[in-house]
Design a protein around this ligand. Structure first.
Ligand SMILES: [Zn+2]
Ligand SMILES: [Zn+2]
Length: 285
C-alpha cells in the first residue's frame, strides 16, 4: 500500500516499544515512526500502580496516541496498551491483553488490533527475604525480565518507596530487605515488571501485534478502498453434526471496514463445518 509510504506517525511510548513496532510498520507500510520527546505516558496509568488508569484500556490507548500526535503535530499516531491478569476464559492462567491503535486524523480513521498473549510472566509474591522465594525470580525470568519491589504494607513515609531496574540477585536481595524494613508487616511485595523494555516476553507479543496491525492497515476495503479491512467479530452458530441445529460454536468470521458499512462473512479458517453434538442445545441439553 502506497498510502503511507514515507509518512511519519507519532508513537507515544517511553518504554522502548519502537524496538517492536518500527520494523513491521516500515516493512509493510513504509511508515516511519517518530517518538515525542519528554512524553510521560505514565500520567495515563502506570504499571507500578502509583497512577491508576481511569476509563478502559481502549480509552487510555487512544488518548496516548492522541498525546503523541499533539506533541509532534502529526496527523498519524500509534499507541499500545497492555492489561494483565487472569485469562478471561481460563481464570487460573495469567494472560495479557494487548491493544494497539492507529489513528489517521485526516481520513478520520481509527484502526484497532488486539492480541491475547497466553505466554506472559505476569505474577507477584510477598517475601521478607530473598531466600523465601525459592527460585521464583528465576522462574519469572529475572534478571532479563525486570521485577518491581515495594513495601507490602507501606508505613507513613514509605508509600513512595519503590525499587525497579534491579540488575542482579544482590541488588534484588537489598531491595527486598529495604522494602520489608519499610513495611508495617515486615514484608516486601514483588511484582513482575510489565513495562515493555524490561519484559522481553511482552516485547515479543508486541512485535506480533504490531505485525497484525500493519497487515490490517495495508489491507484496503473492497468497497471504498479505505485501509484497515479485517476481522471485526467471530460469528457463532456452527451447525450440529447430528441435527444441524446452530450451536454456540464459531461458524465463521466477519470481516469489515473501519470507514464504510461494508462487511463479509467467511467460513472458519480451519475448515470445520460441523460442531460436536456435545455443544448442541438439542442433542445435549
Ligand atoms: Zn444436535
Ligand atoms: Zn469501506
Amino acid at each position: 500500500m502506497e498510502r503511507y509510504l514515507r509518512a511519519r506517525a507519532a508513537l507515544a511510548t517511553m518504554h522502548g516499544k519502537e524496538r517492536a513496532f518500527a520494523r513491521p510498520f516500515g516493512a509493510l507500510l513504509g511508515l516511519e515512526l517518530e517518538l515525542p520527546a519528554g512524553l510521560d505516558t505514565d500520567q495515563l496509568g502506570s504499571f507500578d500502580g502509583r497512577v491508576p488508569r481511569t476509563g478502559g484500556p481502549e480509552q487510555a490507548c487512544r488518548r496516548k496516541a492522541q498525546l503523541g500526535m499533539e506533541r509532534l503535530g502529526l496527523p498519524l499516531g500509534l499507541a499500545s496498551e497492555g492489561s494483565f491478569g487472569p485469562h478471561p476464559q481460563l481464570p487460573f492462567l495469567a494472560a495479557g491483553l494487548e491493544l494497539m491503535v492507529f489513528l489517521d486524523q485526516k481520513r478520520g480513521l481509527e484502526i484497532w488490533e488486539r492480541l491475547i498473549a497466553r505466554r506472559t510472566n505476569f505474577d507477584h509474591r510477598s517475601a521478607a527475604a530473598l531466600a523465601e522465594l525459592e527460585g521464583w525470580p528465576q522462574r519469572v525470568g529475572f534478571p532479563a525480565h525486570g521485577l518491581i519491589v515495594r513495601p507490602e504494607q507501606p508505613c507513613t513515609g514509605t508509600q513512595d518507596l519503590i525499587f525497579k531496574d534491579l540488575a542482579d540477585q544482590q541488588q534484588l536481595a537489598g531491595a527486598i530487605s529495604a522494602a520489608a524494613a519499610g513495611s508495617s508487616n515486615g514484608r516486601a511485595l514483588l511484582k513482575t515488571d510489565m513495562r515493555a523494555h524490561r519484559n522481553p516476553t511482552r516485547m515479543a507479543s508486541l512485535r506480533s501485534l504490531a505485525t497484525k496491525l500493519a497487515k490490517r492497515i495495508s489491507t484496503p476495503c473492497l468497497a471504498c478502498g479505505a485501509p484497515g479491512w479485517g476481522r471485526v467479530e467471530l460469528v457463532p452458530g456452527l451447525p450440529c453434526s447430528w441435527c444441524g441445529w446452530p450451536t454456540s460454536q464459531v461458524r465463521g468470521e466477519r470481516l469489515g471496514c473501519v470507514s464504510c458499512s461494508h462487511s463479509e462473512e467467511r467460513p472458519r479458517p480451519d475448515g470445520l463445518t460441523e460442531a460436536d453434538p456435545l455443544h448442541c442445545p438439542r442433542c445435549n441439553p
